[in-house]
Design a protein around this ligand. Structure first.
Ligand SMILES: Nc1nc2c(c(=O)[nH]1)N[C@H]1C(S)=C(S)[C@@H](COP(=O)(O)OP(=O)(O)OC[C@H]3O[C@@H](n4cnc5c(N)ncnc54)[C@H](O)[C@@H]3O)O[C@H]1N2
Ligand code: MOO
Length: 391
């Protein structure tokens, strides 16, 4: 059986090069720029007042107010010596004005303006190009767009950007025992939780384009659903049916669909019968059906691959170290992944770590890892963990 690191390396080695596409700026949240964006003009591109007040030629205490410049006006006024212009925040500063005095520091009577506090020369004027110069990079290639990035692009009137395509992901839930929420409970059946859980994890991690399929534990039906899902998606996440029982049809169905097996079974817990394969550019993860196995394998193996395909520059999970709150045993010489709660450098491992139990994940903020060659960690020993955060 291969190790965790070998499995991760296989996935990296078979990752397709990310696809470049165009995205509307307004829908580019979480997408990664595939090319730098250069400023098409200076920002600001005209001298702007930073305050409500009066634009002046610095050096006097008394002025005559000659005109007004409000936000949006194309101000054509030229100030002569001793003249001032009423001005508002964001408005164009008239030619020859070099300073804006805030209105709180003035007294006005008719057209006469008296300053009772003299600003420093140049005060309250945003210079041309002060934020960004025309032609300089606004956003670098590899930037993951957040609200500020999108705001910056919008500030330049940029409507479309070149980004790495976000993969379309198909989730196939296999199992004749699965019920939908609208179904009545029945003996022997369970409600499908993996589908919605995976879909939510994908949305949390920047992949909202999800198609959902359900396959019964039947050979031809499983083959048919996999065929359809392969046509409609870039990545398949299959839940269940990958173990060794007579009703586990996933492996055979993938073979029948000419998906090449890259590895099957990893020396870790939970999720031992994890299967990974490839067909042309498409990657397939068959995740062992126990809910905690599904979610653990998602974080450890699927998530870095999603980031890679989305063009994120550092796609691997980041591992940190904390101290164990209490003793943890790992008797089976497997890498053990544990739902963990990390606070102030202390790792607490909640009860209920069975593959079938999900509740430990709800309050966990991390997955802790004990290597296969470590059979015990005593209290206050160092343990590695990755944070489960939104990306
Ligand atoms: N003889 C052996 N039996 C098993 C082995 C083994 O090595 N030899 N491995 C065990 C391990 S480890 C795991 S993990 C499971 C994985 O099995 P499958 O991937 O075939 O998953 P299923 O049997 O279909 O389901 C396992 C479990 O999870 C429940 N399940 C499945 N889908 C869903 C869903 N969408 N929502 C909620 N729960 C789901 C399912 O009902 C089962 O209880 O195999 C062991 N067996
Ligand atoms: O690997 Mo399975 O997830 O132990 O039950």
């Amino acid at each position: 059986m291969i190790s965790v690191n070998q499995a991760r390396q296989f996935i990296r080695d078979h990752s397709p090069t990310p696809v470049i596409t165009e995205s509307a700026t307004g829908t580019a949240l979480g997408k990664v720029l595939a090319a730098p964006v250069y400023a098409p003009f200076d920002l600001p591109h005209f001298r702007q007042s930073a305050m409500d007040g009066y634009a002046i030629r610095h050096g006097r205490e008394n002025y005559v107010v000659k005109g007004e410049s409000k936000a949006g006006d194309n101000c054509t006024l030229k100030l002569a010596e001793g003249e001032a212009c009423r001005i508002f925040t964001g408005a164009m500063v008239p030619e020859n004005a070099d300073t804006v005095v805030i209105q709180e520091h003035t007294t006005v009577s008719g057209q006469n303006l008296i300053l009772h506090k003299i600003p420093r020369a140049g005060a309250n004027i945003r210079a041309i190009g002060e934020q960004i110069r025309k032609g300089s990079p606004v956003l670098q290639k590899g930037t993951k767009l957040n609200s500020a990035g999108i705001g910056m692009l919008a500030g330049f009137g940029i409507e479309k950007v070149e980004v790495f395509a976000v993969p379309r992901i198909g989730i196939i839930a296999t199992g004749s025992e699965l019920l939908s929420p609208s179904d009545k409970p029945e003996p022997g059946k369970i409600y499908d939780s993996n589908t919605l859980m995976l879909k939510t994890a994908l949305i949390e991690n920047g992949c909202p384009g999800v198609n959902i399929y359900r396959a019964k534990d039947e050979k031809t039906h499983t083959e048919h659903i996999i065929k359809q899902a392969l046509q409609e998606n870039d990545i398949l996440l299959i839940s269940g049916g990958i173990s060794v029982g007579e009703y586990d049809f996933v492996q055979g169905a993938l073979r029948a669909n000419r998906v090449k097996e890259i590895f099957y079974k990893v020396n870790h817990k939970p999720g031992k019968p994890l299967w990974f394969g490839k067909k042309d550019r498409k990657t397939v993860f068959a995740l062992p059906g126990n809910p905690a196995s599904v979610l653990t394998c998602f974080y450890i193996y699927v998530l870095p691959e999603l980031r890679r395909q989305r063009g994120i520059t550092e796609p691997e999970n980041k591992w940190y170290r904390a101290r164990t709150k209490s003793k943890i045993l790992n008797p089976k010489e497997k890498t053990m992944f544990l739902r963990a709660y990390i606070e102030n450098g202390i790792a607490e491992i909640p009860d209920g770590q069975s593959s079938a139990m999900l509740h430990g994940f709800i309050t966990a903020n991390a997955i802790a890892m004990i290597p296969e060659n470590t059979s015990v960690l005593h209290e206050n020993q160092s343990i590695e963990y990755m944070l489960m955060e939104y990306n």
